[in-house]
Design a protein around this ligand. Structure first.
Ligand SMILES: [Zn+2]
Length: 284
């Protein structure tokens, strides 16, 4: 799933290509992709796209007439240039056509979703989209927390740190991969209770969140489009059975239905192998 670095870099790419362009056409290719009915999603047609921003893992397309399209790519969604503009594109959910783009020619951008989840979509919102669905209830941006704010947030959440880092209502923008990378680099067990981290661990966690996000965002900015998660540089994620980059140990995993926790026992758990024997709350 695209996380903060991928969505941020993509918002910047789209801004470079499309800021100031006029939306000439909006095509809904799959009705399930439109998550709102008021205001009409095509009320933006004929107006200028002011900016493309990011909040959590959402893209915000802000138009001149105070309307916005909020887009979530979910697991396998992509929003990219569509030079072919076929009538019924494979996996197509919606298409935006812009005139007055940076390239000087009319451009179509197609939202697609691979996989079976069918959750990616578009919300049409009037007024400031921040504070409205689907952006209500999101926690603060992960890269905007100072050390004291992070400490307060951790202290108020007596749950496993790996789960808390992925909880968008608590901290926005991180997902499975970055939760693994951050716990590894901070040398904290993914199962550590967030409310019981020591001052040293909080120091490390705070520094690591900033470093991991910066490194991942810098990498994404070198690409032309959101890449595959397997191509993203990682130190622990997707490295099951490989030697740890930091010690003689081997990267281990705890498998869940929808994701995998990767960790180095020596670095993160004092050599202890993790096994999950909690109830379904964490297994969702
Ligand atoms: Zn190690």
């Amino acid at each position: 799933m695209p996380e903060m670095p991928e969505v941020q870099a993509h918002a910047e790419r789209m801004t470079a290509a499309l800021a100031g362009a006029t939306l000439t056409k909006f095509e809904l290719l799959n009705f399930a992709a439109l998550k709102t009915f008021d205001p009409p999603v095509d009320a933006t047609v004929g107006t200028k796209l002011v900016s493309i921003e990011r909040r959590a893992k959402y893209l915000l397309l802000r138009f001149e007439n105070d309307l916005s399209h909020v887009v979530h790519l979910m697991q396998g969604g992509r929003l990219r240039l569509d030079p072919k503009r076929t009538k019924k594109p494979k996996l197509g959910l919606a298409r935006w056509v812009f005139d007055g783009t940076a390239s000087g020619v009319e451009e179509a951008w197609l939202l697609t979703e691979a996989g079976t989840e069918r959750k990616a979509g578009v919300w049409a919102v009037a007024g400031d989209p921040l504070g409205q669905e689907p952006l209500t209830g999101l926690g603060p941006e992960a890269d905007g927390l100072d050390r004291a704010e992070l400490a307060a947030l951790l202290g108020a959440n007596s749950k496993r740190i790996h789960g808390l880092l992925r909880d968008q209502q608590a901290i926005a923008g991180l997902g499975r991969m970055l939760a693994n990378e951050i716990c590894y680099e901070a040398a904290i067990s993914p199962f550590a209770n967030a409310a019981k981290l020591t001052d040293d661990e909080i120091d490390r966690l705070h520094a690591t969140i900033g470093e991991v996000l910066k490194r991942a965002t810098d990498h994404e900015r070198t690409l032309d489009d959101i890449g595959k998660s397997v191509d993203r540089p990682s130190k622990v994620h997707n490295r099951s059975g490989e030697p740890c980059l930091d010690c003689d140990d081997t990267i281990r995993t705890v498998e869940y239905r929808r994701y995998t926790v990767f960790y180095c026992p020596t670095r993160q758990t004092g050599g202890k192998l993790l096994a999950d024997n909690t109830t379904s709350k964490f297994l969702k």
